[in-house]
Design a protein around this ligand. Structure first.
Ligand code: ADP
Ligand code: MG
Length: 253
């Protein structure tokens, strides 16, 4: 059974891209076939798995807007079992270009249906907004992972996100589930982190993953080397926790 998971939160800097890359690479290392779909115009997932954007022939923009077959946009990463449909800055225009088009909310869903069967997991890295690209992602997905940074105002904006999820469930994708809520960037030295964990668990209860991602400097260094943490520094805490998360995600299926 293959599953499409959107990694989403309209807040920037909460760990969506880091989670897409490293959960994807960890699942692949555990033998699952994984497709990353980069739908953020910043394209950080694309460069984070070592793809040079200048070499990209077809990106997710061509798939959504120009009806390019998704198979023609899939690139292999350096990790076995880990493929990606890349994003380039071209995608920045898509929010506006999609507005007048027919079936604009279901374009990504239709495309991914053509390749979903080739993978165990398809992970979509969403942009930091609740615009039409995120709506496309939620419409295409079976479930969502919501990364939440262990910071002040962690829950701020979440009601808006959950409202968007409900609207998509009502009008576009009745089967959309919450896969899990992931606490990220925990600084174990502060009480604040503990408070945030309690608050988030009160709100989302058993949906919160047992695995909590700590702040780890190796995780922040890896993207500039174009490598997931598991190849950049396999012995780091960051590599260890994302592998744990991957096992937890698999165990829930
Ligand atoms: P988003 O995609 O939600 O905007 P990112 O994954 O790009 O968030 O993370 C924002 C920044 O924080 C990036 O510079 C990233 O390298 C860094 N970062 C993410 N997770 C961690 C972590 N667990 N420890 C240290 N730095 C992290
Ligand atoms: Mg991002």
């Amino acid at each position: 059974m293959s599953k499409i998971i959107a990694i989403t939160n309209q807040k920037g800097g909460v760990g969506k891209t880091t989670t897409s890359i490293n959960l994807g690479a960890s699942l692949a290392t555990l033998g699952k076939k994984v497709l990353l779909v980069d739908i953020d115009p910043q394209g950080n997932t694309t460069s984070g798995v070592g793809i040079n954007k200048a070499d990209v022939v077809h990106c997710i923009y061509d798939v959504i807007i120009n009806d390019v077959h998704p198979k023609d946009a899939i690139c292999k990463s350096e990790i076995d079992n880990l493929d990606i449909i890349p994003a380039t800055i071209q995608l920045a225009g898509a929010e506006i270009e999609l507005v007048p088009t027919i079936s604009r909310e279901i374009r990504l869903k239709k495309s991914l249906q053509l390749v979903k069967h080739l993978y165990d997991y398809v992970l979509i890295d969403c942009p930091p907004s609740l615009g039409i690209l995120t709506v496309n992602s939620l419409t295409a997905a079976d479930s969502v992972i919501i990364p939440i940074q262990c910071e002040y105002y962690a829950l701020e904006g979440l009601s808006q996100l959950l409202n968007t999820v409900r609207l998509v469930q009502k009008h576009l994708n009745t089967n959309l589930q919450i896969e899990g809520v992931l606490l990220t960037m925990l600084d174990a030295r502060t009480n604040l982190g503990i408070q945030v964990i309690e608050e988030v668990k009160k709100y989302f209860q058993e949906k919160v993953y047992q695995t909590i991602i700590p702040r780890n400097v190796r995780l922040s260094e890896a993207p500039s080397h174009g490598k997931p943490i598991i190849t950049y520094d396999a012995k780091s805490k960051g590599a260890e926790v994302y592998l744990e998360l991957a096992k937890e995600v698999i165990s829930i299926d």
